[in-house]
Design a binder for this molecule. Structure first.
Ligand code: ACO
Length: 321
């Protein structure tokens, strides 16, 4: 038994924050942000709007696209680093809001790789015959952990959610997945505090993203090509067969470097970073949904999905859509 993607969905909050607005908030420029990152705008959740609000809207779209109802689901897996609350986990909150009862509700925290981790876990459940329909979500409200006075990070991040419904299938769908992590790089990208660790002398930036951007950039470029090559090797597929690269949307320069290493021309790369910045775990499923709905990605095509994030963590998947 295999799994295949039956439906996709996405949700961006209504409020758009432009580079021009950021110019009024910190010492930066539209030109700097565009040339260094490719980002033109990002979406910010409204006051009181939570990650599960965004996740629910993306989930309903994916469920509808799959032609099923929430009651058909027998597994929910979420990836987020900005859950509504410590517990119940966001997969349980989502399950309740979908009116589903009794399915496993698995919440994974792997920063920007959260969706790739979720996809791989759900695929394994389905290969084991334990689920017929699985909902996999990547959703974030990174704006809540972004320091809006720090130009080093605030120009990069945004909020959003992306979802896929996986369906059990006798022919593959997901050909292979590959996950990895290296905690040695834990200090390159992190939020310093959590429920069990509070600073002795609390400071205002304890709950914010800290990033050594330049070093993250170099490791990302070094690692991502390899992550993609691993999954191609696992599936026994040559990179020339890939129709679409659907990468984590963090920075256009990282995406260009990865595409170059894989000899994939930018015309075959799904690029959405300009529209919403880095939405962490939401970025790959949102990009996938954009290209499915605008007709670029067609049934039968071969997709290479990959992401990289805090941990450091990484993941890739080779998918026959
Ligand atoms: N506006 C204007 N100038 C800025 C800004 C800004 N927003 N931010 C930094 N600068 C300045 C710096 O101070 C520096 O000035 P100096 O030369 O006078 O010292 C100059 O611009 C260059 O700074 P660098 O940090 O070297 O710029 P770089 O080209 O590396 O770009 C960036 C920075 C965009 C952060 C890049 O390093 C990057 O994208 N890194 C990867 C980030 C990433 O992908 N993180 C997410 C991973 S996923 C996750 O888990 C969340």
């Amino acid at each position: 038994m295999y799994s295949r993607i039956a439906g996709t969905g996405r949700c961006l909050p209504d409020r758009i924050l432009t580079n021009a607005e950021l110019e009024q908030m910190v010492e930066t420029s539209d030109e700097w942000i565009r040339s260094r990152t490719g980002i033109e705008r990002r979406h910010i959740a409204a006051e009181g709007e939570t990650t599960s609000d965004l996740a629910l809207r993306a989930a309903l779209q994916a469920i509808e696209a799959a032609g099923i109802t929430p009651a058909d689901l027998d597994l929910i897996v979420t990836g987020t680093t900005t859950p509504d609350q410590v517990f119940p986990n966001i997969a349980c909150l989502l399950q309740d809001r979908l009116g589903v009862h009794g399915t496993p509700a698995i919440a994974l925290e792997a920063a920007c790789s959260g969706f790739m981790y979720g996809l791989s876990v759900a695929d394994k459940f389905m290969r084991a015959g334990e689920a017929r329909y699985a909902l996999v979500i990547g959703a974030e409200t990174l704006s809540r952990i972004t320091d809006w006075t720090s130009r080093d990070t605030c120009v990069l991040f945004g909020d959003g959610a992306g979802a896929v419904v996986l369906e059990a299938s006798e022919t593959p769908g997901i050909l292979a997945t590959h996950l990895g992590a290296d905690g040695h790089y834990k200090d390159l990208l992190y939020v310093p505090t959590g429920p069990s660790r509070r600073a002795v002398t609390p400071s205002r930036d304890d709950g914010f993203i800290h990033m050594r951007g330049n070093e993250v950039f170099k490791v990302a470029v070094r690692t991502l090509g390899g992550v993609a090559e691993e999954v191609l090797a696992k599936a026994g597929v040559d990179k020339t067969e890939v129709d679409w690269l659907v990468p984590h949307q963090a920075n256009i320069r990282i995406i260009q470097a990865t595409a170059k290493r894989l000899d994939i021309p930018m015309e075959r790369v799904v690029l959405t970073v300009q529209d919403h910045g880095n939405t962490s775990a939401a970025s790959v499923p949102m990009a996938l949904d954009v290209a499915v709905r605008d007709g670029r990605i067609q049934r039968g095509q071969l997709l290479l999905l990959e992401a990289f994030g805090g941990g450091l963590t990484w993941g890739s998947a080779l998918v026959r859509y």
